[in-house]
Design a binder for this molecule. Structure first.
Ligand SMILES: Cc1ncc(COP(=O)(O)O)c(C=O)c1O
Length: 403
């Protein structure tokens, strides 16, 4: 049991007792007996990959986000690659995205031989700033990839307005935002294509896995082919039609999601609403508690937004603390709180620096936020005690480091 911290309690990093005895990760999956049963049922069936569970999962997923089509992939990264391919990006093209994201959001543009161009983020949500997008447009721009950072939807209406005016495709990276709502609409049915991930720390998991949703049939057709080597039919369709002949019409990949994974996804999807409700409850408790802790700035939520809270990233206020982010991070880890940082801005990774010449200072809002960000544990399986431990640890560390 954690106790309410007294001011300047000795930090675990300085030899005091940690708030928790065991390490609390920043995210983890919840797997129930129903999930295990769903997977073992498939293991006893005829189809381990590309069988009936794939279409079942895709249809249930499309319905849950309000899109016409959903196409599954072996990971969120593969799904992003599929979307960039379906949008027609190739060498000589550019796509605009945020630097404050997982590297995969920009890498998928490089996979197609095109160039990712970064635009800075809004200072409140840390999502792509539409004005910065407009400023980065060129004759080569073909797509925009906004990211719903932490599960807070990007300003899609503004991005779509810019895109529509220039014939661009908007690929929303909603790997953090399954179940999020913006102006009463679910993320997944608004952008030209929307990409999701089913990594274990996400709202719904298939182990590894991803999905692209779209309302456009032409995109859905290209996405399905791309994940299957560019071949126009899959093995199950050929078996059903009694045909052996197939044609490879695009250069695709094996990015298929298995029936085993889709059975897990179907079972997990049934728990999406309760998982979201628990994450929202935890976020509300955190934000309430942190209002009275000097040095901690809770994540902003804009009007008309219901975030999905994949992450709960606080920002540290350097004017109220006499320790930097690295010191606070290490002190929280010593209390056994599995804090993390999302993200090292993509352009500052060695690969991007070397290939494109970035030196730092190009995107001041994202880079400034990065210096202050710490992601606290956030997952639907957290107990009330876990939540209390996080809040006590943050209070303890900030009290020790406040002026
Ligand atoms: C914003 C974002 N985009 C893309 C991905 C890639 O997803 P995956 O790990 O399923 O490949 C992630 C992964 O966590 C992510 O956070």
């Amino acid at each position: 049991m954690s106790s309410t911290p007294t001011r300047r309690e000795v930090l675990a990093i300085d030899g005091g007792s940690p708030v928790r005895k065991s390490f609390l990760p920043y995210g983890r999956q919840s797997i129930g007996e129903d999930d295990i049963q769903a997977v073992t049922d498939v293991l006893r069936s005829d189809w381990l990959t590309t069988g009936p569970k794939v279409a079942e999962f895709e249809q249930a997923f499309a319905a849950s986000v309000g899109a016409k089509y959903a196409v599954s992939f072996s990971s969120g990264t593969a799904a992003l690659h599929g979307a960039v391919f379906a949008a027609g990006l190739q060498a000589g093209d550019q796509a605009i995205t945020t630097p404050l994201t997982f590297a995969g959001t920009a890498n998928c543009v490089l996979y197609q031989g095109a160039e990712p161009v970064f635009a800075d983020v809004c200072s409140d949500t840390l999502n792509l700033d539409p004005e910065q997008v407009a400023a980065r447009l060129s004759a080569k721009t073909r797509a925009v990839l906004p990211v719903d950072y932490a599960g807070h939807p990007a300003d899609l209406d503004a991005v779509l307005a810019i895109a529509d005016g220039h014939g661009l495709t908007v690929i929303e990276d909603a790997c953090h935002a399954l179940g999020a709502e913006h102006r009463g609409r679910h993320v997944g049915g608004v952008a030209h294509m929307t990409v999701f991930s089913f990594h274990p720390v996400k709202h719904v998991t298939t182990g590894e896995g991803g999905m692209v949703t779209t309302n456009r049939e032409d995109f859905a057709v290209r996405l399905r082919r791309f994940r299957n080597h560019g071949i126009s039919t899959d093995a199950r369709e050929r078996q059903a039609s009694g045909q052996w002949h197939y044609e490879m019409v695009d250069l695709g990949f094996n990015y298929r999601l298995t029936d085993i994974a889709c059975a897990l996804g179907l079972s997990q999807l049934k728990k999406l609403e309760s998982n979201l409700a628990r994450r929202r409850q935890i976020a509300a408790r955190y934000s309430e508690a942190f209002r009275s802790i000097a040095g901690v700035v809770p994540p902003a939520v804009r009007a008309d937004v219901n975030p999905a809270w994949h992450l709960y990233p606080i920002r540290l206020d350097p004017t109220k603390l006499n320790a930097n982010r690295a010191q606070v991070f290490r002190a929280l880890r010593a209390e056994n709180i599995g804090v993390n940082v999302h993200y090292v801005p993509v352009h500052l990774h060695p690969y991007y620096r070397q290939r494109f010449g970035y030196q730092g200072g190009e995107y001041p809002v994202a880079e400034g936020a990065y210096e202050q960000l710490i992601s606290l544990p956030m997952f639907h399986g957290m107990t009330n005690q876990d939540v209390e431990d996080v809040m006590s640890s943050v209070a303890k560390v900030c009290a020790a480091y406040s002026e």
